[in-house]
Design a binder for this molecule. Structure first.
Ligand code: HPA
Length: 251
């Protein structure tokens, strides 16, 4: 499988267990020094463009955000020779200018998670490295995603801050007020430590976020109730983007 290894991997989040229109070429069970990734990697193509796909929560969405084996997921992608990762994250909208569903390519993040394996530096011998993380996402990969969306006439918000909470419970209304005060535009549970691990290991990494609800205290119904009706239209929006994006990323 490695001989025909793709350059780009997509990590799918809530709602995106598989990619519509992706022709599956094979599946690869990976073992890493950090254990097993969330699922076997799916190798697939759209019109000859090759990508690898990994559902972050496992096939069947069985792994909660705080128990995802982030280091194994990232390490496995590195092992097959991928050098860039587009992460898909379902999020709650905090910014009132964001609709539901809506696409957003964040350019910043704030990490509110704890007790997660957050660094390959842990236990590593030798000189301690402090990676630069002032710009957590790859500007080159963000530019590609935004251009493809614009060319396809798909509205995608350029920039914004992604606040990552521990979960799996949703936030209190007061926590969302605090995140808004901190400058977060969207909130989710899986953006970290994935982004930092990717940076540590030298992968280009960017997020395509899709809103599936208004964050706690901001909507007319509870986040879960809104999510129940909005995940499907959000995924339809996302699959429209992916249909255009994979042929570019898979070259
Ligand atoms: N909060 C946290 N994570 C989420 C949300 C939310 O409102 N929606 C989707 N993922």
């Amino acid at each position: 499988m490695n001989a025909i290894s793709p350059r780009t991997a997509i990590i799918g989040g809530t709602g995106l267990q598989k990619i519509a229109g992706l022709k599956v070429i094979g599946r690869e069970v990976m073992h890493t020094p950090f254990g097993e990734p969330s699922a076997p990697l799916t190798h697939g193509e759209v019109g000859g463009a090759r990508i690898a796909f990994l559902p972050r929560h496992g096939h069947g969405h069985t792994i909660p955000p705080h128990l995802i084996n982030y280091p194994a997921n990232i390490y496995a992608l590195r092992q097959i020779g991928v050098n860039r990762v587009m992460a898909i994250n379902a999020v709650g909208a905090i910014d009132p200018d964001l609709g539901v569903p809506a696409l957003l390519c964040p350019d910043q993040l704030i990490d509110y998670t704890y007790d997660r394996f957050h660094s390959f530096e842990a236990g590593r011998r030798g000189k301690v490295r402090h990676i630069d993380f002032s710009e957590p996402y790859s500007s080159a990969l963000r530019a590609i995603i935004l251009k493809v969306a614009a060319d396809a006439n798909l509205e995608m918000h350029d920039g914004g801050t992604y606040g990552i909470t521990q979960g799996p419970r949703l936030e209190t209304a007061a926590e969302i007020t605090r995140l808004a005060r901190d400058g977060c535009h969207v909130v989710g549970m899986t953006g970290m430590p994935e982004a930092a691990l990717a940076r540590e290991i030298g992968l280009e990494y960017a997020v395509c976020a899709v809103t599936v609800n208004r964050a706690a205290g901001l909507g007319e119904s509870e986040p879960n109730a809104e999510m129940a009706t909005q995940v499907e239209p959000a995924m339809a929006l996302l699959n429209n983007l992916l249909a255009k994006l994979i042929p570019v990323l898979g070259q």
